[in-house]
Ligand binder design. Structure first.
Ligand SMILES: O=C(O)CCC(=O)C(=O)O
Length: 346
């Protein structure tokens, strides 16, 4: 249907739901061709003339003009990010996360923290007794029947991370350990950060087994800014970004991180909050074509190694083994960032 013809029909607004009106507006703002928008509606059972009239009325709505203006502002910011990536690609840039040891405070600040660049640090956990001690048996000996918060029933819900509230469960620690030891590979049950376990009195002895690297961290605030992750092989933390810088210590087992730069945020389909809709291990490029323009970097973090995950970097994490990790946000450098995140509308 030619566009002029549609516009002339605009006076008779189609009798379709506000949901469709919103969908049309979002599709047009995303640059979906008009013919495709109409044919999609027709395929959903809407009369073609009604679909065309609806599109026409959206086009001439001043609210849509305002949305187009806001979209233009957003596209400008996206083009700045794309320009930065394009320029960066001109200089030889390591395609992998650097592996370093002996990085001093000033170097870490200048080359990684302030530069917002990930790095794998090989020497941070050198004197951590936790590396030998924190077997499931030892942790059970210390934590016993202490009630812990775990995420359960994840495999039945594709959006388990966004719906974390619905998966929160409590069980005695020893019961949790028995369950995860009985599985070889599973993403169903996982003790994730924010469980407050390390803050509990009963966990006090565990603090003797880890030390805070004073080059990068402040020990004073560590109690409520340090988190335990403990789960079987096969746990997946879907792609998201954190709102702070993170130092991620791997105590036992290995985890594979897939990292995407914040400069490629417009490529990861961040439709809501801090979450990406893309599974970087099996990206659906038909649904998320822009992901083809991203440059994901994979890094495996083995026991005894520490990954610096800079604020805003997208990451997806797969546990390759039964795994214990400790992450902290307790840096000695400023670590508060102001974020604005998209809300779900469709
Ligand atoms: O270890 C994991 O499963 C996820 C870690 C993570 O995403 C984080 O610390 O932000």
């Amino acid at each position: 249907v030619p566009e002029e013809e549609i516009l002339s029909e605009a006076a008779n607004v189609a009798p379709v739901s506000p949901g469709w009106r919103r969908w049309v507006a979002v599709s047009l703002l995303r640059g979906t061709p008009l013919a495709k928008v109409i044919s999609t509606m027709v395929a959903e059972g809407i009369d073609e003339a009604d679909a065309a009239r609806l599109c026409a009325s959206v086009f001439i709505d001043p609210v849509f003009e305002a949305a187009e203006w806001a979209n233009g502002q957003l596209k400008k910011l996206e083009s700045v990010l794309a320009m930065r990536q394009q320029m960066r690609a001109l200089a030889p840039e390591p395609a992998e996360v650097e592996r370093r040891a002996g990085v001093g405070r000033e170097e870490f600040l200048a080359d990684y923290y302030a530069a917002n660049r990930p790095v794998l640090l090989e020497d941070v956990c050198d004197d951590w007794r936790a590396l030998e001690r924190w077997t499931p048996e030892y942790l059970t000996q210390i934590l016993g029947h202490q009630e812990v918060e775990v995420m359960a029933g994840r495999e039945a819900d594709a959006l388990y991370e966004r719906n974390a509230g619905e998966h929160r469960n409590h069980m005695p620690f020893d019961e949790y350990v028995a369950k995860i030891l009985a599985t070889e590979w599973s993403n169903d049950l996982y003790l994730v950060a924010n469980n407050k376990l390390l803050e509990s009195e009963v966990a006090s002895p565990l603090w003797e087994d880890i030390s805070f690297d004073e080059r990068y961290l402040l020990a004073d605030e560590r109690r409520n800014r340090t988190f335990l992750w403990f789960g079987p092989a096969g746990t997946v933390t879907p792609m998201h970004h954190d709102i702070m810088n993170i130092l991620f210590h791997q105590i036992s087992g290995s985890k594979r991180f897939t990292l995407v730069s914040p400069l490629e945020t417009h490529c990861v389909s961040n439709s809501v909050g801090v979450y990406s809709d893309v599974d970087p291990l099996a990206p659906d490029l038909a649904r998320f074509p822009r992901y083809a323009r991203a440059h994901p970097i994979q890094v495996t973090v083995n026991a005894g190694e520490t990954l610096f995950v800079p604020v805003g970097w997208w990451h997806h994490v797969l546990a390759l083994d039964l795994s214990v990790s400790v992450s902290t946000t307790s840096f000695r450098f400023p670590n508060t960032v102001s974020w604005s995140n998209p809300k779900q509308i469709l």
